[in-house]
Design a protein around this ligand. Structure first.
Ligand SMILES: C[S@@+](CC[C@H](N)C(=O)[O-])C[C@H]1O[C@@H](n2cnc3c(N)ncnc32)[C@H](O)[C@@H]1O
Length: 241
């Protein structure tokens, strides 16, 4: 795994964060060191996907990046479903294609380069997963995207959503962010890296509150919605159609 050193030198003009070739090259390390309990989140998602996956249906990963989630689910479920990864970064999809083809991926899969701001066309889905990606979708388009996800799911299919979230009030919000930056320091990121990345993400990563995301899901008609993971400003939710 190549080390994430994207922000370790002073950058004079910090442009908006994007998922280009440089980021794709170190992305697995970036996620591992920037997302609290990333491996446990992956384990839980696989566990839930195993229970909701139905033979002959499709599993979608929206914002699939380098394919870690598709790969982990495939190890547990194998070829009884078709896997579809969607991402708008060709660089991420190249990495994903390489990971899947070099690691004995079983069964049929398709990687699609598409902008999720336009919604998705999904069909026959038993599981749709979206990890740390809704936060990059323009707020104006989030409702439509969730509507298209709901439409593409079969009855009793599940939607698994992991997001960075805002605290319910500014006190918790400040504290949670402080604890999060402490964790990044523990994982080896310097003050400069933390500050420059925060600046780069400022206009592109727009988190909602947990309850706002929950409402977004319930308003589209999901029958059940629960929180399966919470660590300060990170939250995993699962909803069933
Ligand atoms: C934080 S990463 C997701 C991590 C990944 N789900 C995982 O757990 O390994 C966000 C991903 O969403 C993609 N993305 C961001 N905005 C997008 C959009 N509008 N349409 C499609 N993909 C998008 C990025 O290219 C990136 O690969």
């Amino acid at each position: 795994m190549d080390k994430d050193e994207i922000f370790n030198k002073r950058i004079d003009y910090i442009s908006d964060f994007n998922f280009d070739e440089k980021v794709a090259a170190v992305f697995d390390d970036m996620l591992y060191r920037s997302v609290p309990f990333y491996q446990e989140i992956q384990r839980m998602i696989v566990e839930m996907a195993v229970d909701f996956a139905v033979e002959g249906t499709h599993i979608y990963d929206l914002g699939c990046s380098t394919g870690t989630t598709l790969f982990n689910i495939n190890k547990a479920i194998g070829d009884k479903v078709k896997y579809i990864g969607i991402d708008y970064s060709e660089d991420m999809l190249d990495k994903c294609r390489k990971k899947l083809s070099e690691n004995h991926f079983q069964g049929e899969y398709e990687l699609v380069c598409e902008d999720l701001n336009k919604g998705i066309y999904a069909e026959n889905a038993s599981v749709i997963i979206m990890i740390l990606t809704l936060q990059f979708i323009r707020p104006l388009y989030r409702e439509k995207l969730i509507e298209s996800i709901f439409k593409g799911l079969n009855s009793n299919g599940c939607f698994i959503l992991v997001e960075k979230v805002l605290g319910e009030d500014s006190l918790f919000n400040r504290l949670f962010i402080k604890y999060y930056y402490d964790l990044k320091r523990e994982k080896g990121y310097s003050e400069l890296e933390i500050t420059q990345k925060r600046e780069a993400l400022e206009n592109v990563l727009i988190p909602y509150k947990l309850l706002e995301n929950r409402e977004l899901l319930l308003n589209q008609g999901f029958r059940y919605c629960d929180v399966f993971f919470k660590w300060y400003n990170f939250c995993g939710m699962v909803a069933v159609k």
